[in-house]
Design a binder for this molecule. Structure first.
Ligand code: GDP
Ligand code: MG
Length: 296
């Protein structure tokens, strides 16, 4: 199955709840009730009440309502900020527990390794020995290298060591894995702030990118997560995982609308290859029923 069909499959639930509402191209005008149903379905897919309302209001005014709806969704999701370039390129990955940080790091390491880049991963999730074990399996699969310390070590110190080693051994990409933490835990958020700060001491101007990993099925709480993490580690982009299994893919619209952050990649499965660069147009096509057939 191609990555796109996986995404499309994952968003099937969202799309199916919308499909029955779309009359197709033949019908030009939708009734107010039909528009209300579309708005409700968008809200249920986690697009957010305000975003759903604005989208529907704009679409209703248009002569080509469905196309307008799609175009406006795409516009919300599009952010052309380029990924910063540097050598070594240093990336910090953070997010709450279980969102898919470690898995995503494995996928990213694999992607960079395929581009013939030398990749070094820092195991700064030092809470559990099992976390380092899990990461080392991914690192091996991806053909990357890893820096670790003893269980319970200071995560900032692991990050510092990793960057120092990455510089001295001429790595192209350095990725720091961190322990999951709830955004309301001040102690743990301070610890993450320290990791961020110390990274800047290891190498001026880094981390170059800070990607917050969000589980696509989380719902509304994702907003609070992104908001708080951004204050602490100056998030530069989002990665949204598990879009192969959620009927709530609309959360991306809300996140993009609110935070104006680029979505860098989306996770569509548990394997090494299951990471896609985010493509707003493909995403809108998987979320909404096909009303036109551009590819026949
Ligand atoms: N279906 C699916 N599962 C994922 C995806 N990304 C991660 N997972 C699963 O989510 C669980 C938690 O992942 P992990 O990387 O350990 O999360 P972490 O706590 O943020 O490091 C694991 O069972 C992963 O296999 C994805 O894109 N799709
Ligand atoms: Mg992890």
């Amino acid at each position: 199955m191609s990555l796109f069909s996986r995404l499309s499959q994952g968003l099937r639930k969202s799309r199916e709840s919308l499909t029955s509402l779309f009359p197709g191209q033949a019908k030009e005008k939708l009734s107010d009730t039909e528009w209300q149903d579309i708005e409700d379905a968008l809200v249920m897919a986690d697009c957010g009440a305000q975003v759903a309302m604005d989208l529907v209001t704009q679409a209703k005014k248009s002569k080509q309502p469905i196309q307008t709806l799609k175009a406006n969704m795409q516009a919300i999701l599009t952010n052309n900020t380029p990924i910063r370039e540097a050598k070594p390129f240093v990336l910090l990955i953070a997010g709450v527990n279980g969102t898919g940080k470690t898995t995503t790091i494995g996928k990213l390491a694999h992607m960079y390794a395929k581009q013939n880049k030398k990749v070094l991963i820092g195991a700064a999730d030092t809470f559990r020995a099992a976390a380092v074990e899990q990461l080392s399996v991914w690192v091996e699969r991806a053909g990357a290298d890893m820096v670790k310390q003893a269980e319970g070590a200071d995560p900032a110190s692991v990050a510092f060591d990793t960057i120092s080693r990455g510089i001295s051994k001429n790595y192209d990409v350095i990725i720091i894995d961190t322990a999951g933490r709830v955004q309301t835990d001040t102690g743990l958020m301070n610890e993450l702030a320290k990791v961020y700060r110390v990274m800047g001491k290891a190498l001026d101007g880094c981390p170059h990118e800070v990607w917050h990993v969000v589980d696509g099925g989380t719902g509304q709480n994702a907003i609070a997560q992104v908001e708080k993490f951004r204050e602490v580690i100056h998030t530069t982009g989002l990665i949204v995982t598990k879009l192969d299994g959620t009927g709530k893919g609309g959360i991306l619209l809300q996140l993009c609308d609110r935070f104006k952050l680029p979505v860098r990649y989306v996770g569509v499965g548990e394997a090494l290859e299951d990471l896609m660069p985010f493509n707003p147009s493909a995403y809108v096509d998987s979320l909404l029923p096909q009303t036109s057939h551009p590819e026949g």
